[in-house]
Write a protein that binds this ligand. Structure first.
Ligand code: KG4
Ligand code: ZN
Length: 337
């Protein structure tokens, strides 16, 4: 079954064509196989960089310009492809951007083929594209520019939110601290690079909410702590500040995720979203799982599937399609899919 997916929720215009094989197994993802046939992303970073963040109307203009270009590139021998399912991101995201993608999709395909997909479910299910299977229950940490959410997954179909950020998302904190340090948007990958050369213990930045029993997060205080540190410090070592900020942010993310993993006795931890592309975060997770002698599998998608893309929207679209199919069959008294 071929799925065409369109993603325009923020500052990346993305179209993908993904092939899905076999049905849905409820306890592991082993019954599912995805093959990316095409995965095109037109980045708008250069357009927004002079403004230090995303300008929604500029993003919409770029989506309008880029969608037909990408769609033409995905065509086979000049013919528009005829997928079995069409998936489009319907939220959360920037309203004018989302509608650009939705209207473009509606003009091209009949309503019956279109499945609306949550951008967050796209990130959540992105691990499915890599070939490995996941053992449930699992804890999923979604860390992007707009969200920081901790979820408990009973299986592929059932998950619940354990906690989320009460203010800034962790990616947003990276971008805001980057601005304080005079770095261009998006600052996450640049801070990661600087941090590699710095001492993570140079500045003892706060670890907000790390000892609170709940699974919520808060990153705006950490950003403010960097602001005051820079204000009061004459000598500034960019690499040390980057490393110390990153260490504080990751300490909270990892500590709370591991505590949830132990409390719920999970077999796997999966991370997703732009910040999940950070190799130091991935290494720290693996190290702390090992040090605690936990028998937990750790999954992080490859970098191109962490940041916004349409392949993950195709996967989430297919899962929604299977869920709907199962619901209809169950309603008819037939439980097998
Ligand atoms: O998932 P994503 O592409 O878009 C949203 O859905 O928000 O995430 C973008 C965010 C930005 O805040 C960016 O600074 C951050 O992810 N990011 C990183 C890294 N790569 C991207 N943060 C830390 N380290 C990275 N290597
Ligand atoms: Zn995203």
């Amino acid at each position: 079954m071929k799925i065409l997916a369109i993603e325009t929720s923020c500052d990346e215009t993305a179209i993908a064509l993904v092939e899905a094989k076999e049905g849905l197994s409820s306890s592991t993802s082993s019954g599912l196989r995805f093959k990316i046939l095409k995965n095109l992303v037109a980045s708008q970073i250069k357009v927004h960089q002079p403004f230090g963040g995303i300008v929604p109307n500029l993003a919409k203009r770029e989506h309008l310009k880029n969608l037909p270009i990408l769609f033409k590139k995905i065509a086979v021998n000049g013919h528009a492809i005829n997928p079995d399912i069409v998936a489009v991101t319907v939220g959360p995201g920037l309203e004018p951007c989302l509608w650009t993608g939705i209207n473009f999709t509606k003009e091209l395909y009949k309503k019956s083929k279109i499945i609306g997909v949550s951008h967050l479910e796209g990130h959540l299910y992105s691990f499915l594209i890599s070939k490995r299977k996941i053992e449930f229950p699992a804890i999923s940490l979604l860390v992007s520019g707009g969200h920081t959410i901790l979820l408990l997954m009973k299986d592929l179909n059932h998950y619940k939110k354990l906690g989320e950020t009460r203010d800034d998302a962790v990616g947003e904190a990276f971008d805001k601290v980057g601005r304080l340090l005079g770095l261009p948007y998006p600052a996450g990958p640049i801070i990661e690079k600087f941090a590699k050369k710095g001492n993570p213990e140079a500045v003892n930045f706060p670890r907000p909410m790390i000892n609170q029993k709940n699974y919520d997060f808060s990153f705006s205080g950490l950003k403010t702590a960097v602001f005051y540190y820079l204000k009061n410090q004459e000598e500034r070592f960019l690499a040390d500040i980057a490393a110390s900020f990153q260490a504080a942010a990751f300490d909270v993310l990892i500590s709370k995720t591991l505590r949830a993993a132990q409390e719920y006795g999970v077999k796997s931890i999966s991370i997703s979203g732009g910040v999940a592309a950070n190799k130091t975060l991935q290494k720290q997770f693996k190290l702390r799982i090992k040090n605690l002698k936990l028998k937990i599998d750790f999954l992080a998608p490859p970098k191109f599937l962490c940041t916004d893309n349409a392949a993950m929207i195709a996967v989430a679209g297919y899962i929604n399609y299977l869920k709907e199919k199962k619901r209809r069959l169950t309603a008819n008294g037939n439980l097998s899919i």
